[in-house]
Design a protein around this ligand. Structure first.
Ligand SMILES: C[S@@+](CC[C@H](N)C(=O)[O-])C[C@H]1O[C@@H](n2cnc3c(N)ncnc32)[C@H](O)[C@@H]1O
Length: 278
């Protein structure tokens, strides 16, 4: 039977949290969930945790032709190394950083098996301290959307330090058009084994909208042992907002494209690629 404490806890957690308030769980670093995420990354046909493998290849070819920069690339939030491997095959010298040990262990093994010389580090990207080492820094699949303004600006500073003069920071962000397509969910279910837990659990899912194009997808997960809340924050950007923010953060030039391998930004673009020069 559920006792009063559990009900109070669920009630407390289901209230609309403060902007960018952290949850108590982490989908990228918890052993069980990060194994599920790794499976999603490696589902080469889907666009869930990573884009599908054809898009990965097209992106790397496009970035190679567009940027025409030197060979040193830093991939922040590299996951299992799909882009890192493709850049390496195209002659780049790649460093991949991710704080998911599951993904980094997989990436190291995969590179070894294929004889690809990639440096992988299991590290929080907010702790990196490189000084003018890289020609290009990339961050793929909307990670910038998930940061508070303060953390985003902190990361931009780290990236600027890591870039050589004139080096490029290339990242993609989703737009409010993308978010509106997905909408806000309010749902609950019971499962014996699923994405959140390998044992019986209940999930309460709820979406919240905030001002300034910020959204939260919140999941309260209850199992035999504990109640945890997972919060996925998304700050969606438009062409104008992201340009302004990049320039305010001290990059000298910025070009914004539609998606990761085409050119014109349209009114209904769901993804923007930002190419910012130091
Ligand atoms: C949406 S996935 C994209 C992975 C990869 N870029 C791709 O497209 O295949 C985001 C990745 O960023 C990593 N990540 C998130 N926050 C991080 C942090 N603070 N430091 C290092 N890695 C982080 C996650 O572990 C995850 O692998």
């Amino acid at each position: 039977m559920m006792n009063r404490n559990i009900i109070n806890e669920i009630e407390k957690l289901s209230k609309r949290p403060k902007l960018f308030e952290k949850g108590t769980g982490n989908i990228w670093t918890e052993p069980y969930i990060s194994t599920q995420m790794l499976k999603a990354h490696l589902d080469y046909k889907s666009d869930r945790a990573s884009r599908n493998i054809e898009k990965v290849k097209k992106t790397v070819t496009f970035l190679k032709e567009t940027t025409n920069k030197g060979e040193g690339i830093l991939d922040l939030g590299c996951g299992p190394g799909l882009y890192a491997e493709e850049f390496c095959r195209n002659g780049y010298k790649v460093t991949g950083i991710d704080f998911s040990s599951n993904s980094i262990n997989y990436a190291k093994e995969s590179a070894n098996k294929q004889g690809l010389n990639i440096e992988y580090r299991c590290e929080d990207m907010f702790n990196i301290n490189y000084n003018e080492k890289y020609d290009t820094v990339i961050q793929v699949f909307g990670e910038v959307n998930t940061f508070s303004d303060e953390n985003r600006n902190k990361l931009f500073d780290k990236v600027k330090n890591a870039l050589k003069p004139g080096g490029l920071f290339i990242f993609d962000v989703s737009t409010p058009v993308h978010r509106r397509k997905n909408g806000l969910n309010k749902n609950w279910y019971v499962s014996d084994c699923g994405f959140w837990r390998g044992e019986a659990h209940i999930v309460f899912e709820e979406g919240f909208e905030y001002s300034d194009n910020i959204w939260l997808d919140q999941f309260i997960v209850i199992d035999n042992e504990e109640i945890k809340v997972y919060r996925n924050w998304f700050h969606e950007y438009t062409l104008n907002t992201i340009k302004e923010i990049v320039l305010e953060n001290g990059f000298s030039k910025v070009n914004v494209l539609n998606g990761l391998y085409s050119k014109e930004v349209e009114e209904d673009s769901e993804w923007l690629t930002v190419i910012a020069a130091k």
